[in-house]
Design a protein around this ligand. Structure first.
Ligand code: BDR
Ligand code: CA
Length: 310
């Protein structure tokens, strides 16, 4: 039986690839996609989720739009990484369908309650929708089997020296999620920066067919930022690592630790303070990714993207 999953995302180049990975994988059944502000405005991330699904003929997967801003902070979009549309690079037609007429938070609750087996929620954007789900539908949230989220970091930041973008964008939401008592796996930068899809690997997708070519176009744009900023010869596909960890348990090595989110300071806003050496005595509230079998991840990702054109 495939694991039922819901992806809450802000596409976004790596979110788009995470969606494709889920769609191409028999290990999971994608029950729906919800969208949030993040890499671009909610309007654009919602359109982008639909554009990706329509590109591969999966308009049967419903998309529900959610929060258009963080709980308390001002909206900030990562246009400097993902471009004006949020999905710059390929020539993707505008969406023909619209999001369903239900707010993402209610949609998540409905799907979690209706599923016969516990649903895995994979958030790959700021955690606003997930925090709202906890507040508005606590019983439905308790029905989630687990949350495997892309966000945070033990040791580094990408939007500031101290913080990763998804957590920084809505730290108050992230703090609520980490203290919810749900089963949380944190796939952070410590892991995703170890699994770089090289420009050569990305270009090799181009010849596999129209989906491979579209992904190669996405990555050609995405990797410019990573080359400029980090000197990487390729891109981390952050959000796809979270999906891959659901497909292949153990792909990411995790340790159980307490994670707190800094909502107080200016300098360290959104930092995930991971008690790696157990200095506080606080009980672990997350499985924190510390290492990854990067070749297994990259092989899986490339194989699944190629399968669209087989
Ligand atoms: C995360 O931030 C976004 O820009 C990416 O889509 C990913 O979810 C990486 O920090
Ligand atoms: Ca994302």
């Amino acid at each position: 039986m495939p694991t039922p999953i819901l992806i809450d995302c802000d596409p976004g180049h790596d979110d788009a690839i995470a969606l494709l990975l889920a769609l191409a994988s028999p290990e999971v059944e994608l029950l729906g996609v919800t969208t949030t502000h993040g890499n671009q405005t909610l309007e654009k991330t919602t359109a982008n989720a639909i554009r990706v699904l329509e590109f591969v003929g999966r308009e049967d997967v419903p998309v529900a739009a959610g929060a258009d801003r963080p709980l308390v902070r001002d909206l900030f979009v990562a246009e400097y990484v993902h471009g004006e549309s949020g999905l710059e690079g390929p020539e993707l037609p505008p969406p023909t369908a619209r999001a369903v007429n239900v707010h993402a938070v209610d949609f998540l609750a409905e799907r979690a309650l209706a599923a016969g087996t516990p649903v895995t929620l994979v958030p790959t954007g700021p955690l606003t929708n997930v925090a709202l789900l906890l507040a508005r539908h606590p019983q439905a949230a308790q029905r989630l089997g687990r949350i495997v989220l892309m966000g945070g970091s033990i040791a580094e930041g990408n939007v500031t020296p101290a913080a990763e973008f998804n957590i920084w964008a809505d730290p108050e939401a992230a703090a609520r999620v980490f203290s919810s008592g749900l089963d949380i796996t944190m796939i952070g930068l410590d892991v995703t920066h170890k699994a770089i899809l090289t420009d050569v690997q990305a270009e090799s997708l181009r010849s596999s067919g129209r989906t491979g070519a579209m992904v190669a176009e996405l990555l050609a744009f995405f990797s410019r930022f990573h080359r400029r900023t980090y000197g990487f010869e390729g891109s981390p596909i952050h959000d796809a690592v979270a999906v891959a960890h659901v497909l292949r348990p153990g792909l990411v090595e995790t340790v159980d630790r307490h994670v707190a989110v800094d909502c107080e300071s200016t300098l360290c806003r959104g930092r995930t303070v991971v008690d790696l050496w157990r200095r506080t005595g606080n009980e672990a509230n997350a499985h924190v990714g510390v290492d990854i079998d990067s070749s297994a991840f990259l092989e899986l990702l490339v194989e699944r993207i190629r399968s669209f054109d087989a």
